[in-house]
Unconditional design. Structure first.
Length: 135
């Protein structure tokens, strides 16, 4: 699992970690059942406070992306089952992601065309990644 944290970014460190893990789970890069590093281990690797990593794990667990069990650790949940079982939740997650994209595009002065292009590129990259994972 490769996560890159940029301490110089305006995006909070916890948000950087959360969004990268969420993206990796949704893309299948982190498959269901994959064990995530222990909080202290990941915090040390990324030079983050353990509390920051714990909060990210709590948020991901609350959203259904991961599960934590004593002695088993933290593992990636089967997100396809989670979202597929509740189309309204999947639509809400999509709306939230779209809102984040629109906000970022607007704040960056890039506009709708850049956001549309980014989404189109992301779909292409996702398809390529999924083909690579299936091989």
């Amino acid at each position: 699992m490769i996560v890159v944290i940029d301490p110089g970014s305006r995006i909070p460190l916890g948000e950087q970690l959360r969004s990268q893990l969420e993206r990796m789970i949704l893309s299948g890069e982190l498959a269901a059942g994959t064990q995530l590093p222990a909080i202290r281990h990941l915090a040390a690797d990324l030079d983050l406070a353990p509390g920051t990593v714990a909060k990210v794990y709590e948020e991901l667990a609350a959203s259904g992306y991961i599960t934590t069990a004593r002695r088993r650790g933290t593992v990636v949940a089967d997100i396809r089952t989670l979202l597929g079982a509740d189309p309204a939740k999947a639509a809400a997650e999509l709306a939230l992601a779209a809102e984040h994209l629109a906000l970022l595009a607007q704040q960056s002065g890039l506009g709708v065309a850049a956001a549309y292009s980014a989404v189109t590129d992301a779909f292409r990259q996702l398809a390529t990644r999924q083909q690579t994972l299936q091989r």
